[in-house]
Design a protein around this ligand. Structure first.
Ligand SMILES: [Zn+2]
Length: 355
């Protein structure tokens, strides 16, 4: 079977074991890599949460940091902005660590590890989450499917009929995975009412912040301030209530960006210079969004579109890789081995088509 069809972890092991990662690390040393993490947890087998993809095992994060500290140059996003402004280069094999959303585990679990290895990170916070104004809609969906006593729900959304099986923990995970992409397609104005309708149908109440499992909880502003003052962490913006900005009207986008910037300024005492688009895929922000983020004073903005950072990448569309799930996957990612393999495959296909 071609390597392309194997899971990412197997592919990563093959790329590292074959020496391709070492080769790519040397060949692509001028490119920087930005990694995206969300929360961390010490116990990802806890069944109080269905979707653990946003909460990496703290031990895995520690191993990744140990590897990065030894083999790569971990720089800050501010270093990248400065290098671009001054037209200077970056250290070879630069890596930037980022976290999205603003979970308490960033302070409780990630911050001590960053300090241990002397590494820097940018944490993009959703300010309304830290203010305890609004939890994330995807947390509500996770808890509704996880806590209902129902074993089956037929749900109509976006003109489709979804049959959600809820008889076991694994079936609930699969049903959530089926439901989340549909919820993401809704206009933002309809999203919260749809989640409320779902809670009603599943006969669960809307959770309060006190109901959130440990891994889902927001950091406090005191935690954010302490990390910011330490010099190990920059606090960036990730909107006020985490809507997918392409699903909002322009007034809402402007307000989300400005409120987020102003809340960070008020609490941290400095204007944030970097922003991350919620969800961050190519359909999740528009040209207008980029313009509004730039106008609000942000000097850089991150997507979640996979790719390497070279001197030509636009500063308001910085590509980022998703969280590696192991040290091998981290090595295959930051070395550029995945891209090298992709490039080779494309060259082969081109060559074959000419025969
Ligand atoms: Zn987010």
């Amino acid at each position: 079977m071609p390597l392309a069809f194997y899971p990412r972890s197997i592919k990563a092991a093959a790329l590292v074991g074959s020496g391709l990662a070492s080769f790519a690390r040397t060949r692509r040393s001028a490119e920087a890599t930005i990694l995206t993490f969300h929360g961390l947890s010490e116990n990802t087998s806890d069944r109080g949460i269905l979707d653990w993809s946003l909460h990496l095992q703290a031990g895995v994060f520690r191993s990744i940091c140990a590897m990065l500290a030894k083999e790569y140059h971990v720089i800050s996003l501010a270093d990248l902005v400065e290098a671009r402004t001054q037209g200077s280069g970056l250290p070879d094999n630069s890596v930037i660590i980022t976290f999205d959303d603003g979970y308490a585990s960033n302070y409780e679990l990630a911050y001590p590890i960053l300090r241990e290895f002397g590494l820097h990170a940018t944490i993009f916070v959703t300010t309304g989450f830290l203010d305890a104004v609004e939890m994330f809609w995807f947390q509500r969906a996770d808890l509704a499917l996880g806590r209902t006593r129902k074993e089956l729900l037929d749900w109509k959304i976006n003109g489709k009929s979804l049959r959600l099986y809820l008889g076991t923990y694994e079936l609930r995970q699969q049903s959530l995975a089926k439901l989340l992409p549909e919820l993401k397609e809704l206009p933002d104005a309809d999203l919260l009412s749809e989640v409320g309708r779902l809670e009603n149908a599943l006969e669960v109440t809307e959770p309060s912040f006190d109901d959130l499992p440990q891994a889902m909880r927001p950091m406090t502003w005191e935690m954010a301030c302490e990390m910011s003052l330490s010099g190990h962490v920059d606090i960036g913006g990730h909107t006020h209530t985490h809507p997918i900005l392409a699903r909002c009207d322009v007034r809402a986008v402007r307000a989300e960006i400005a409120t987020c910037r102003d809340r960070i300024h008020a609490e941290i005492g400095e204007l944030p210079f970097a922003f991350a688009y919620p969800n961050g895929g190519s359909d999740d922000f528009t040209r207008e969004t980029l313009m509004l983020v730039r106008e609000a004073g942000f000097k850089a903005a991150c997507t979640t579109i996979s790719g390497r950072v070279d001197s030509t990448v636009p500063m308001h569309q910085l590509p980022r890789y998703g969280s590696p799930e192991s040290v091998l996957e981290a090595k295959a990612t930051v070395s550029g081995a995945f891209e090298t393999l992709k490039d080779w495959r494309q060259s082969c296909r081109k060559a074959m088509s000419m025969i």
